[in-house]
Design a protein around this ligand. Structure first.
Ligand code: ZN
Length: 470
C-alpha cells in the first residue's frame, strides 16, 4: 500500500508507551503505525526525533473580532503553529462582542475563517444576562461554556456568582454540557485590592497579595459545591495552587464530574519572576511561590491534573509597559502559546515528566475534555495526522524576534529550552518548520462531537488503564 506521506524512524509517543515506528498518512489521517517499512509518495525522516501528537491548547484568547490589535487569528494561530499547537480552543472573551450568543459566535467564525493556520474550536460564554442564549449556543457546536467568578471590570464580559451562576450551571447541566470557571473569589480579591491601593501600594508583590491562594481556593470550593447541587459537569481553568487541585481530586473521588487544568507559566515561573520581569509576567491567578510550584508539579506527575494550557492572553506592549512602575495599570495576561510545548518539555525533563505523560497533558486529555477525541489528541489509527517532530538534543534560547504574536513580548523570552520543534504537521501538511510558520492558513473549525459526561468517563478509563499498566 502506498501512503500519501510516511514519517519514518521517529520515536513515536503514544499513551501506552513510546517506540520507534513509521507512520503512514493518507488524506490527512493516520492509516498505519508500524515497525515495518512503509512506502509513501512523500517520506519524512524523523531519525533521532520524537514524534508527538500536536498539542490541543484549550485556553487561548485571540481577541478577534473587536480587539484584533491585541493579537488576532492570523498572528495567534501562526504562533500556535510555530509552537506545535495544532488545535486551539478559543475563549469567549477579549473579542468584542464576547461569544455569549449565536450571533456573536457567527462573527467570531467569520473572523477566524481563512485566517487560522491551525484547527480551532470555540468556547461559549456564560454571563449575567444570557441564560436564554445557552441552549442555542450549546447546539451550535461550542465545546463548552466559560464563566468568571471574579469581577474582571470588563463591561464586555460580566462575571457571575451566587444565584446567577447557579442558574447557569443548572441550565448547562441540563443541556448535557459543561462549565469552565475562572475561580477567584470576587469579594476576597477586590476587598484586598482596594485595601492595598488605599495605602498606596503599586509594587509587583501587591498584585500577588491581592490575589491570594485563599481567594482561589474559596472560589474552587464554591464552584464545586454549586456544580454538585446543580449536577453540572465542571472544568476549573488555570489552577495555580495544589490545595485547589486536592479539593478537585476529592470531589472527583466522590463521583463528581470535574476536570482541571494548570498553565505552563505556573510550572515554569514563580512570584520571584514577576518581581524580576515585571508586567509581562502578570497574570490572574498570579504566579505563586516555589513551594506551591513544586506542589503543582507533583500533581502533574501523579495524574491529578488533567491538562496544561497556555492561557495565551496577549496585548499591545504599551499595555504591559504602562504598569512598569504601577503594577495595577498593566494588562494581566501572558503571551505564551508559542512556548507552551517546549517549555513544558524542557521544565518537564528536570522534573521527571515522561513523554507519554506530556502528550496526555498537552494533547490527549484536552482533546477529550473538548470533545475532539479521537479525531484529535493522540497518534493512533484513524486520528488526524497532527504531528510534531521534536529534537530533545538541541538546546536553544527563545528570542524576542522569534515570536510570531503581533506584539513581541513574553516572559518566556530568554529562557533556555531543551526541546526544539523541527516540524509541525496539521492533517499531514507542514504548518511550521524550525519555528517558522509555513504555507497559507488552512485551519478548520471543529465542533464538539461527544458530550462532556461521556468524555469524563473516557478520561477516567484512561487513568485506570495507565494505573493498571504501572
Ligand atoms: Zn484566560
Amino acid at each position: 500500500m502506498m501512503f500519501d506521506l510516511v514519517v519514518q524512524n521517529g520515536l513515536v509517543v503514544q499513551t501506552d508507551g513510546s517506540r520507534l515506528a513509521n507512520i503512514g498518512v493518507s488524506n490527512g489521517v493516520i492509516r498505519a503505525i508500524s515497525s515495518e517499512p512503509l512506502e509513501g509518495h512523500e517520506m519524512i525522516d524523523a531519525s533521532g526525533l520524537v514524534v508527538m501528537p500536536g498539542a490541543v491548547d484549550m485556553h487561548v484568547h485571540f481577541s478577534e473580532p473587536g480587539r484584533t490589535h491585541w493579537e488576532g487569528w492570523w498572528h495567534g494561530s501562526r504562533a500556535a503553529a510555530a509552537g506545535g499547537v495544532t488545535t486551539v480552543v478559543e475563549m469567549p472573551l477579549n473579542a468584542i462582542p464576547a461569544t455569549t450568543s449565536v450571533a456573536a459566535l457567527q462573527l467570531k467564525l467569520e473572523a477566524a475563517n481563512g485566517q487560522s493556520f491551525v484547527d480551532y474550536a470555540l468556547w461559549g460564554g456564560l454571563v449575567d444576562n444570557n441564560l436564554t442564549d445557552l441552549p442555542a449556543l450549546a447546539a451550535s457546536g461550542i465545546i463548552g461554556f466559560k464563566a468568571f467568578m471574579v469581577d474582571i471590570k470588563d463591561e464586555t464580559f460580566q462575571f457571575t456568582q451566587g444565584k446567577i451562576l447557579e442558574q447557569g450551571m443548572l441550565e448547562i447541566g441540563s443541556l448535557g454540557h459543561f462549565l469552565a470557571v475562572h475561580a477567584e473569589d470576587s469579594r476576597l480579591v477586590w476587598d484586598c485590592t482596594e485595601a492595598l491601593q488605599k495605602v498606596g501600594r503599586t509594587d509587583r508583590a501587591a498584585w500577588n497579595e491581592a490575589r491570594s491562594p485563599a481567594a482561589e481556593l474559596e472560589a474552587i470550593r464554591t464552584a464545586l459545591r454549586q456544580a454538585k447541587t446543580t449536577n453540572c459537569p465542571l472544568h476549573v481553568v488555570h489552577t495555580s495552587i495544589s490545595e485547589g487541585i486536592d479539593e478537585i481530586t476529592k470531589a472527583r473521588a466522590s463521583g463528581q464530574i470535574v476536570t482541571v487544568e494548570t498553565c505552563a507559566h505556573y510550572l515554569v515561573f514563580t512570584d520571584a519572576d514577576l518581581e524580576r520581569l515585571g508586567p509581562i509576567a502578570k497574570c490572574a491567578p498570579p504566579l505563586r511561590d516555589a513551594k506551591r510550584q513544586d506542589g503543582l508539579w507533583e500533581r502533574v506527575l501523579n495524574g491529578s491534573i488533567d491538562c496544561i494550557t497556555s492561557d495565551h492572553s496577549p496585548c499591545p506592549t504599551e499595555d504591559k509597559t504602562q504598569g512598569d512602575d504601577n503594577i495595577w495599570l498593566a494588562w494581566g495576561g501572558i503571551t505564551g502559546i508559542q512556548s507552551l510545548v517546549v517549555a513544558v518539555l524542557s521544565e518537564g525533563q528536570k522534573r521527571g515528566l515522561s513523554l507519554e505523560r506530556a502528550a496526555t497533558l498537552l494533547s490527549t486529555n484536552p482533546a477529550k475534555i473538548a470533545g475532539l477525541y479521537p479525531q484529535k489528541g493522540a497518534i493512533q489509527i484513524g486520528a488526524d495526522a497532527d504531528l510534531i517532530l521534536v529534537n530533545l538534543t538541541k538546546p536553544w534560547t527563545l528570542e524576542r524576534e522569534m515570536l510570531h504574536s503581533k506584539h513581541k513580548h513574553s516572559p518566556y523570552v530568554g529562557l533556555e529550552m531543551q526541546a526544539f520543534i523541527e516540524l509541525v504537521l496539521l492533517r499531514g501538511k507542514p504548518v511550521a518548520r524550525g519555528g517558522q510558520p509555513q504555507a497559507t492558513p488552512n485551519g478548520r473549525w471543529l465542533r464538539r462531537s461527544v458530550m462532556p459526561k461521556t468524555q469524563e468517563t473516557a478520561i477516567e478509563e484512561g487513568k485506570k488503564n495507565s494505573a493498571s499498566r504501572r
